[in-house]
Write a protein that binds this ligand. Structure first.
Ligand code: WT7
Length: 658
């Protein structure tokens, strides 16, 4: 981590938008009084608060003996209780007073090719999940086994997740944009024996060869017993004898009866890999009961979910946003989740708006990077469509710049829809800081207040709270139900990465800086560690550096973020070469491709510069702050007194990209 921690707040936003009274009247949390009551209840006793919501909004097979067992940094929520996530997302909508939901749309799915459209009712989804759960059982998958899923955004992805959760298998979904090398690392780390994939997926009119990448990833591995392959694109693929099985063939014989396993509240639900401050991806572990409570309650209050909503979150299910707010939190509420397989600009840049009108989407949740792209594609693309069905907008993934926020409000929300800017992380499981749309005034660029029951603070290097509008580290000071329970197989790293900055205090810190204004609103200012947020996705600088160094021509590499118009942060790489390597444009391109191959296209550097040496401190630490300033096109202004060799700086400036 950078030894220089300077956070300077530059935003001075004055615009405030109060909840519209008509919206507020009907909202699930209606008005300031109802909101303050929730906060008061939570502040009096946060465990009792979560326990009440857990009883009211989640179904349990047997109750807990204790709400929370907290031995920092290890938490257990709803100790001793039994439940099942797939039961909560499916069966309970087919019983009792909710039985009518059997014929309600659970998933409305649009593939990238126009003719690919499917609607699965809660009855349909229940049947498919039960059948696939039986398929998994018949293939020997047992409670606790890890199942790797590498699929396009199709209903079968949700079916596979829910089937795992039904029998207590632990899914680990890998985003379809990751490379074979990344898949291999994740399969190894999770010690998975089974992979679920598809022949391919559609992206901007071409096929992503998912199965081929799985084959490459598992070439040398004997660990993988079964690969279950969904036929999605219909293209020819190789099926390996004795290992590869077709989804549709297995489903033909499967029974539609499968009782949900009665699982302990702390039974692992999934592992999801994310970037940390070292090169190796970390398997963030989430468990059953607390996670389910967190995503169910936040979906209901923050997205104000109602029985007749059509809700669309544009995230890929391969990221945490998709896990929590395309699938689990939304289905647990019995709501309708719209899913779209393809890219936002295919076949045209107005694809999303056309889909909103056609499907009468009422709640729309997307990322600032997407909003900036829409702005660039032009207002006229939006104005071709009415968007009259929308009533609520959300954003997630990175701090949203006020200009994009205002555009989103005006062009998409027609000054009528509230915007919820939701701050959270893979590790938090669910949303942590966000307005409730019928109660909290919003400001462009602020995610406003922590959700009731959740305690955030902004602190200095020694862990003391800083004053209003002072920048500092954003920390959580008490456990919350959806919190990660660990890093898979690595408790030491779990402590080190999240709980060591302010040791022995049970304070969680995961890399963001923020300030809190006089009214208690939070303004997240971005990462303060060696992690970049590129287009709403977390990438570790070290991971990209080690990918670069794995190329035979490279001796050393340093990667930093730099401002980027659409992606928020772009990736700049400074590279020193082995003697004899030609520092030419061809090698530059080869190195960019190499990173894409090692990690995935999202990690491909935007700029790459060759240099004879990197600026280092006397102790050999690369001075990233200087590189960040250079990459941003600024002259380094900060302290350079610890720099070992001053000539490096001059040389780097000269190496500037033409
Ligand atoms: C990091 C987490 C949580 C789903 C998507 C990303 C940044 C996320 C916001 C927001 C400011 C945000 C933070 C955080 N971030 N949402 N509303 N305002 N920053 O999940 O990959 O785990 O990344 O994204 O820096 O630490 P993730």
């Amino acid at each position: 981590m950078d030894t220089h921690f300077e956070i300077e707040s530059i935003l001075k936003e004055k615009r405030v938008f109060k909840p519209d009274p008509a919206f507020a009247r009907k909202a699930n949390v209606s008005g300031a009084a109802a909101y303050n009551r929730l906060h008061k209840e939570a502040d009096q006793n946060y465990q009792r608060f979560w326990a009440r919501l857990a009883r009211e909004q989640v179904s349990w097979f047997s109750p807990w003996k204790k709400v929370l067992d907290w031995k920092p940094p290890f938490a257990k929520w709803f100790v001793g209780a039994k439940t099942n996530v797939s039961y909560n997302c499916l069966d309970r909508h087919l019983e009792g007073e909710n039985a009518w939901r059997r014929n309600k749309a659970a998933i409305i799915w649009q593939g990238e090719p126009e003719e690919d459209r499917r609607v699965l009712t809660y009855g349909d989804l229940h049947r498919e999940v039960c059948k696939f759960a039986n398929v998994l059982k018949s293939r020997g998958v047992k409670k606790g086994d890890r199942v790797v899923i590498y699929m396009p955004l199709v209903p079968e992805l949700a079916i596979a997740m829910l089937a795992c959760s039904r029998i207590g298998a632990v899914h680990s979904i890998i985003f379809g944009g990751f490379s074979a090398e990344a898949i291999r690392d994740r399969i190894d780390d999770a010690q998975a024996e089974i992979v679920i994939t598809a022949d391919g997926g559609w992206r901007r009119g071409s096929i992503v060869p998912l199965k081929q990448l799985v084959d490459k990833a598992t070439e040398k591995s004997r660990q993988i017993r079964d690969v279950i392959v969904l036929r999605r694109t219909g293209q020819e693929i190789l099926m390996k004898d004795g290992r590869d099985l077709w989804w549709h063939e297995l489903m033909q014989e499967a029974s539609p009866d499968c009782k949900p396993a009665k699982l302990d509240a702390e039974h692992p639900l999934f592992i999801l890999y994310t970037s940390g401050s070292t090169g190796k991806p970390k398997g963030v572990l989430h468990t059953t009961g607390g996670y389910l409570v967190h995503v169910t309650v936040t979906s209901k209050y923050i997205f104000d979910l109602k029985e007749d909503d059509t809700y669309w979150c544009t995230a890929d299910i391969g990221w945490i946003t998709g896990h929590s707010y395309v699938v689990y939190g939304i289905l647990s509420n019995g709501a309708t989740s719209f899913m779209y397989e393809g890219a936002p600009n295919w076949p045209g840049p107005d694809r999303f708006w056309e889909l909103i009108d056609r499907n009468q989407v009422s709640i729309f949740y997307t990322a600032p990077t997407a909003i900036r792209a829409f702005m660039k594609w032009g207002d006229h693309e939006v104005k071709k469509h009415s968007l009259a069905s929308l009533r609520l907008l959300g954003t997630v993934g990175e701090p949203i710049n006020p200009k994009a926020w205002m555009w989103y409000r005006r062009l998409i929300g027609k000054n009528r829809c509230p915007i919820v800017d939701t701050y959270w992380q893979t590790e938090t499981g669910g949303i942590m800081i966000s307005p409730l749309p019928g109660a909290v005034p919003t400001m462009p660029g602020s995610c406003t207040r922590p959700f009731p029951g959740i305690a955030y603070d902004v602190v200095n290097e020694t862990g003391e709270s800083v004053g209003p509008n002072e920048g500092g580290f954003l920390v959580v000071t008490r456990p919350w139900p959806g919190m990660l329970r660990g890093i898979y197989g690595d408790p030491a790293r779990f402590k080190e990465e999240y709980w060591s900055k302010f040791p022995d205090k049970g304070i969680y810190f995961a890399g963001d800086g923020a300030r809190r204004d006089r009214n208690g609103n939070f303004w997240v200012m971005g990462r303060v560690d060696d992690v970049m947020n590129v287009a709403g996705h977390r990438l570790s600088t070290m991971e990209i550096e080690s990918a670069l160094v794995s190329h035979p021509s490279v001796t050393e590499a340093a990667v930093v973020g730099r401002p980027h118009e659409i992606k928020g942060t772009g990736i700049a790489a400074f590279v020193t070469l082995e003697s004899g390597a030609d520092a030419d444009a061809a090698l530059k391109e080869a190195l960019r491709q190499h990173v894409a191959k090692e990690i995935g296209p999202i990690a491909r550097p935007d700029d790459l510069r060759f240099t004879d040496s990197l600026p280092k401190t006397r102790s050999g630490k690369i001075m990233r702050r200087l590189l960040r300033e250079l990459a941003a096109g600024k002259l380094p202004v900060g302290d350079t007194t610890t720099l070992e060799d001053f000539s490096v700086l001059a040389e780097l400036r000269e190496s500037e990209e033409s």
